[in-house]
Design a protein around this ligand. Sequence first.
Ligand code: NAP
Length: 307
Amino acid sequence: MKVLFQSADADAQASLDLLARQLPQAHFDLWPQAGGEAHDVAVCWKPPPGFFRGRRFRAIFNMGAGVDALLQDPELPAATPIFRLEDAGMAEQMEEYVAWAALGYLRNMDVYVRQQERAEWKQLDPRPRENFSIGIMGLGLLGQRVARYLHAMGFPVRGWNRSERGIDGVTCYAGEAGLSKFLTDTQMLVCMLPLTPETQGVLNAALLAQLPRGAYLVSIGRGLQLVEADLLDMLDSGHLAGALLDVMPQEPLPADHAFWRHPLITVTPHISAQTLMEASMRQIAEKIDAFMRGESVSGLIDRNKGY
Ligand code: NAP
């Protein structure tokens, strides 16, 4: 079996070595050093334009959960199955990130950080956790894990998803019909949706206005889901109390971007769930192995849905 390996990350060779150790029977080529020879499968992450030109694979394995960047490639072979990374250590990181955001907002930590900058000693009233409702948009592999985790921490949790979901202790809403009800009582909105034509710009003024006054936004799906100007308006008008943004319309976020210096915005550099290379390469090796043996493989992308 021949594998073509490509990664936009600096340590591509190290990742390839990890994968090669899991698949000793396979021959690996690292792109772009590899010549024009044929390969059975591609393992890739954000391939540059031209990567797929003139190439055919039996399957493509994406080294991340989101395939939005991959599906943008006009030369992506039309009928080749694409498999994505599923959890591989990302769910636990998402749980930690959102728990930190929830506790930080609940306990006014962002306000205390700003007070410290002014040497201001002022105690704020605590908010009871049981009255602080968190809404998760997108109850997929990662969203479900976060919803369950927050519920176990004692927060009232609600979720919104395309199809109906039943999660113990979590109030679930589905589709357009359930969206307004979901938003009305959500004090902290966490977007964990994949980026698709439907979800691009979903975090806009019309949606954010349905949150109660003083709500907080956590954006950890993809940056293009957020309409930047609408967020700034909502913060300036006081409708939103703050936002924690891990994903940006343009990454890295340009140094002169308003988000960096906005007093009510916290920026993190796309780290809410990082790819853990050992676990990820182990999972991709298992998927390749199963695929080559003709077994069913989970994580197949539905190109019509875009995730
Ligand atoms: P997933 O298992 O594919 O889940 C996606 C969920 O979103 C599904 O439950 C799906 O509903 C729902 N959904 C999709 N489009 C929708 C729409 N228009 N309206 C309502 N619900 C919709 O994906 P995942 O593994 O949980 O990952 C989710 C996303 O997180 C990824 O695509 C990626 O963009 C992002 N991510 C970010 C980071 C980071 O570090 N910031 C790391 C990893 C992943 P149905 O099942 O009903 O179709």
